[in-house]
Design a protein around this ligand. Structure first.
Ligand SMILES: [Zn+2]
Length: 238
């Protein structure tokens, strides 16, 4: 009988010996198991469940880094402790329904935490999401992306779940308004087509913002986002 040749999998992945054995039973914790079939008598390397999970984790880390959420990965729904009824309401909805929300209210009530938690949850569920601060996005676009859109701008336009943080804190200039309108208009179309959600945090409500920001932008945001007033005393520095 012919000897069956099996691929040497030891070199495929470096696993320190201290690592616990793969619960899915791949050989030497290689991340692969070998299947021998009629077409592949020498053995075909099939990624093990542990390898698939590792790849998912790498993707997750990459998105976390891109999403300005990397340093705020502790900002999960579980870690958010509401201290006001309005905070509780926002937490209830955001943690149970994927959607487009407009979180507004005074400083330090945890709007960014809630919005960040919604990105982290989306990423955990395999939905690509990023959080971007509006003032810094516009500043970067102005510095580097005048002639062609930046990677970050294209990302903001296409990603299924986008959180725009600190809306209203940007400088109000014609240029900023135009770029912001382009972005919000794209997000609005995606939302209408059922292809994505956008959550926005701000310190002011629509009535105040409409006096400062182009009405067409506010019009789309108020059409797309369910508003939540997030009130309470500032929790910063506690
Ligand atoms: Zn395995």
């Amino acid at each position: 009988m012919d000897q069956i040749q099996v691929l040497d999998l030891k070199g495929l992945r470096i696993s320190p010996n201290t690592e616990p054995d793969c619960p899915h039973g791949c050989e030497n914790n290689s991340g692969y198991r070998v299947e021998i079939t009629a077409e592949h008598p020498q053995g075909l390397a099939i990624p093990c469940q542990c390898e698939l999970e590792r790849r998912q984790q790498v993707k997750f880390e990459k998105l976390l880094k891109l999403s300005e959420v990397g340093q705020d990965r502790h900002m999960t729904f579980e870690k958010y402790k509401p201290r006001h009824l309005t905070q509780e309401k926002a937490l209830d909805t955001l943690s149970s329904v994927h959607g487009s929300y407009f979180l507004f209210g005074p400083w330090g009530t945890g709007k960014t935490h809630l919005a960040t938690a919604s990105v982290i949850r989306a990423l955990h569920e395999g939905i690509q999401g990023v959080r971007i601060s509006v003032p810094s996005l516009l500043q970067r676009m102005r510095q580097f992306g005048v002639s062609e859109p930046l990677e970050i701008e294209m990302l903001a336009q296409r990603i299924p779940y986008l959180v725009l943080d600190d809306f209203g804190k940007q400088k109000i200039t014609d240029w900023n308004e135009e770029r912001l309108f382009e972005l919000i208009d794209k997000r609005y179309s995606m939302w209408r087509a059922g292809k994505g959600h956008t959550t926005i945090t701000a310190n002011n409500d629509f009535d105040v913002l409409i006096g400062r920001v182009d009405g067409a932008i506010i019009d789309r945001i108020s059409g797309m986002c369910e508003p939540f007033f997030v009130d309470g005393e500032s929790g910063r520095g506690r």
